[in-house]
Design a binder for this molecule. Structure first.
Ligand SMILES: [Zn+2]
Length: 401
C-alpha cells in the first residue's frame, strides 16, 4: 500500500531540485572554514584599519552636537575609554562583508533555484526585504554582543563566567519568544472554525497539550508545507502554514499535529542543561583564545579584550558546530522517529500519517531515499522511506488483538 508513493517522474523532478542543494550541503562547511582562515590571515588588519578611520570621522562629526557629545562620553565611560566606535564598526563590517560574500549562494539557492522548481512565490523585492530584515536582526545582535562581551572583557578576565551564567539562563527561557520570531517574517492568524480546526483541536486534547493554533501566512514566500510548535507555557503555539491547510486533509493535519505533540513530550531538561553547559564552555574557550591571541600579539593586538579576536572566535565556533553536527543530527533523527511512533499510537491512523509524509515529500520535493552519507553527515530528519517503513510496521491497537 505504501511501497511506491511517488511516481518516476516525480522522483526525477525531486532529484533535479535536490542536486545543487546537495552540492552546497557537501561544500558549505569546507568553504566556510577556508574563507574564515583566509579572513584571519589577510582581512582582520585592513578591516580594523578602515573601522578606526571611519570611527575617527564619526567622532569628529558627533563632537559638533552637544547631545551626541554627551552620548559619546557616556559610552566612553561604559567602555572605559575610547575605541568602542571602531570596535562596533569592525564587528558590523565583519558581519556584512561575510554576508555579502555568500550573497550569490543565498540568492541562487534561496530565490533562483526555488523559483526554477516552482517552490517559491517570492517577488524579488519581497526576497530582498526578507534578506534585509534577517541581516538587520543579525547586525543588532552582533552590535550588542560586541559591545557587551568586549566591554565586559575589558573589565574582568572572568567575563566568560559573568556573561555565561545569565546567557545560559536566558537560553533556558528563550523558547518562550519563538512565536514572535516567526511573526517577524509572516503574519499569524487564528485557524478558522471548520473540520480542520476540529480535527487539530481533538488531537491536541487527546495528547493533553494546551496550545493556541495559528495559521502562518507563508504563501507570499514559499509553497512548501510547514508545521511546528513554538513557545512554551502561555506562549505555546501550534503553527500550521497556509500551504499545509491547502494540501492536507483534516486527518492528515491531525497526523502532523500529533507528531509535533510527540516532540513536546521529549525530555527537555537534558537538552537544556547540555545547551547551558555548552554556552559556558564556548565562552570559556573564547576567553582562552583571546588570551592566546594577545600573548602572541596576533593582528597587532596587545590585550585579550580586543575586537580583532572576534573573527577568530566565530571561526572556532564554526569549527566546533560543524564537528558536532553529525551527532546533533543523529540525536534529532532519533527524536523524529520517536515523535512519529507517538503520533501513530495517538491517532491509530496509519493511512493519514503515511499520506501526510508522502504529500510533504511531493510538495516540498524531498528525496525519499537520500544518499547515506548525507543522512549521516547532518540530516535532521530521517529519510521518508525510513519513516514510511516504521508506519508500515506499526500495528494499530484494534488490529493487534
Ligand atoms: Zn518533527
Amino acid at each position: 500500500m505504501l511501497a511506491s508513493p511517488l511516481t518516476a517522474a516525480e522522483l526525477a523532478d525531486i532529484r533535479a531540485y535536490e542536486g545543487p542543494r546537495v552540492v552546497w550541503f557537501a561544500l558549505s562547511t569546507p568553504v566556510q572554514l577556508a574563507v574564515s582562515l583566509a579572513w584571519l590571515r589577510w582581512l582582520v588588519r585592513p578591516l580594523y584599519a578602515v573601522s578606526e578611520h571611519h570611527a575617527g570621522k564619526l567622532a569628529a562629526w558627533q563632537a559638533s552636537s552637544p547631545a551626541l557629545r554627551a552620548l559619546a562620553s557616556a559610552m566612553d565611560r561604559v567602555w572605559r575609554g575610547p575605541g568602542w566606535g571602531a570596535a562596533l564598526l569592525f564587528a558590523l563590517y565583519d558581519l556584512l562583508l561575510y554576508q555579502l560574500l555568500f550573497l550569490p549562494v543565498d540568492v541562487y539557492l534561496g530565490y533562483v533555484h526555488e523559483h526554477a522548481h516552482g517552490l517559491s512565490n517570492h517577488t524579488p523585492g519581497g526576497f530582498a526585504w526578507d534578506l534585509a530584515k534577517g541581516t538587520a536582526v543579525h547586525a543588532v545582535f552582533t552590535a550588542l554582543l560586541a559591545f557587551g562581551l568586549f566591554g565586559l572583557a575589558r573589565r574582568t578576565q572572568r567575563w566568560w563566567l559573568l556573561l555565561g551564567i545569565p546567557s545560559a539562563l536566558a537560553l533556558l527561557g528563550a523558547a518562550a519568544l519563538d512565536p514572535l520570531r516567526g511573526q517577524l517574517y509572516f503574519e499569524h492568524a487564528p485557524l478558522p472554525p471548520g473540520p480542520a480546526r476540529e480535527s487539530v483541536e481533538r488531537t491536541l486534547r487527546q495528547a493533553g497539550v494546551e496550545a493556541t493554533v495559528v495559521v502562518e501566512h507563508t504563501a507570499r514566500a514559499t509553497r512548501k508545507l510547514q508545521a511546528y510548535f513554538a513557545g512554551q507555557g502561555a506562549t505555546r503555539t501550534v503553527v500550521l502554514n497556509d500551504a499545509l491547510l491547502e494540501h492536507l486533509s483534516p486527518a492528515e493535519l491531525s497526523a502532523a499535529v500529533a507528531h509535533e505533540a510527540g516532540h513536546l513530550l521529549e525530555p527537555r531538561w537534558p537538552r537544556r542543561v547540555a545547551g547551558a553547559v555548552a554556552v559556558l564552555g564556548l565562552l570559556w574557550l573564547a576567553a582562552a583564545l583571546q588570551r592566546e591571541a594577545a600573548r602572541r600579539g596576533a593582528w597587532g593586538i596587545q590585550e585579550p579584550a580586543d575586537i580583532r579576536t572576534l573573527p577568530a572566535i566565530s571561526a572556532g565556533l564554526l569549527l566546533l558546530t560543524s564537528l558536532g553536527e553529525p551527532l546533533a543530527a543523529w540525536q534529532s533523527r532519533r527524536g523524529e522517529l520517536a515523535a512519529d511512533r507517538y503520533a501513530l499510537e495517538l491517532t491509530q491512523d496509519r493511512d493519514a500519517f503515511a499520506g501526510m509524509l508522502v504529500k510533504a515529500a511531493r510538495v516540498n520535493k524531498v528525496d525519499p531515499a537520500p544518499p547515506r552519507w548525507r543522512v549521516l553527515a547532518g540530516m535532521s530528519h530521517p529519510p521518508i522511506s525510513e519513516r514510511l517503513a516504521q508506519v508500515t510496521s506499526f500495528k494499530p491497537a484494534a488490529a493487534g488483538r
